[in-house]
Ligand binder design. Structure first.
Ligand code: SF4
Length: 292
């Protein structure tokens, strides 16, 4: 069994910086993160061990206490509410999420009806749309029929969406609203694009791909979906201990990739465990080995 690791995989700079910020702040005084800093259980365990609390609504955070907005960002409305409550808010919004906010604001200011391609209910999408109550969230082609009639649509996407699918949805909006002006600004972040591109190279040769990342991590699930779309077997794990040798008995070439919130150590443990499996001959081959 041969193991190949994708050229780009795992933790992005936005998540890395947010974790470093949380650990630094928590070392100074108690810190509550407003939601999951990242959708990865290994990272969350590490932060809990450092004394970091999580509270999605922030209702448990008293005035004067410190809370942190995650890399996924938040609306202006949320920022203002935090300020009004007297909470000391630290902002770990990724600069590329901030760019998506700026682009949507600019489109609305220019008279475009706001459309966000992304996962409805995802914390980043909530943050992007909360300041624009009329904004439409398009999760799939099926949602396009529900767009209200407008003369100008301004379209951006959640930063972790697959660019191919985003472009497909934009093309479909243009086709179904031929009389309207549709302006698309690409806000898929570069680390997401790099991981998707690197996975395509892996899929060209691998029969099985191990995808490491949180079960509720959107970009990890997109990597799994890309494997399935290419007709490859995807083994989605959050940590190395979940892998069993039996699952790789027939695998010839195993690719490895990871979502943007996965720690490098977690990926290294997964690769080490796969290498261990590769050194063990499958049981059928062991039976064929003549006894000395
Ligand atoms: S996935 Fe992209 S947008 Fe999200 S934190 Fe990482 S770099 Fe920033």
């Amino acid at each position: 069994m041969k193991i190949i690791v994708a050229e780009h995989f795992g933790m992005c700079f936005g998540v890395r910086d947010a974790i470093a910020k949380a650990e630094r702040l928590a070392s100074e005084r108690p810190l509550t993160i407003l939601g999951e800093l990242v959708h990865n259980p290994v990272v969350r365990e590490r932060l809990r061990a450092a004394g970091v609390e999580e509270d999605r609504t922030g209702s448990s955070v008293a005035a004067g206490a410190r809370a942190m907005i995650t890399a996924h960002g938040a609306s202006d409305r949320r920022h203002a509410a935090l300020q009004a409550s007297g909470v000391i808010a630290s902002d770990a919004t990724c600069p590329l999420v901030r760019r998506a906010h700026q682009q949507l604001k600019a489109l609305v200011a220019a008279g475009y009806f706001p459309v966000v391609i992304g996962k409805r209910g995802h914390v980043e999408v909530i943050g992007l749309t909360e300041d624009f109550p009329v904004a439409a969230v398009v999760e799939s082609l099926a949602d396009i029929g529900s767009l209200p009639p407008q003369s100008k649509y301004g379209v951006i996407s959640q930063t972790t969406q697959p660019l191919d699918r985003v472009r497909e949805i934009v093309a479909a909006i243009k086709q179904s609203h031929a009389d309207a002006e549709v302006r698309f600004v690409d806000t898929v972040c570069q680390p997401t694009k790099d991981r998707q591109r690197a996975l395509r190279s892996v899929l060209a040769v691998a029969d099985t791909v191990v995808v490491v990342g949180g079960r509720n991590s959107n970009n990890t699930l997109q990597l799994v979906a890309a494997c399935h779309a290419a007709g490859r077997r995807a083994v989605h794990v959050e940590r190395a201990e979940e892998l069993s040798a039996a699952s790789f008995a027939d695998a010839q070439i195993v690719g490895v990739t990871a979502g943007t919130s996965t720690l490098p150590d977690t990926v290294a443990s997964v690769v080490a465990r796969l290498e261990q499996f590769a050194r063990i001959a499958p049981p059928n081959q062991q039976q064929k080995t003549p006894a000395s």
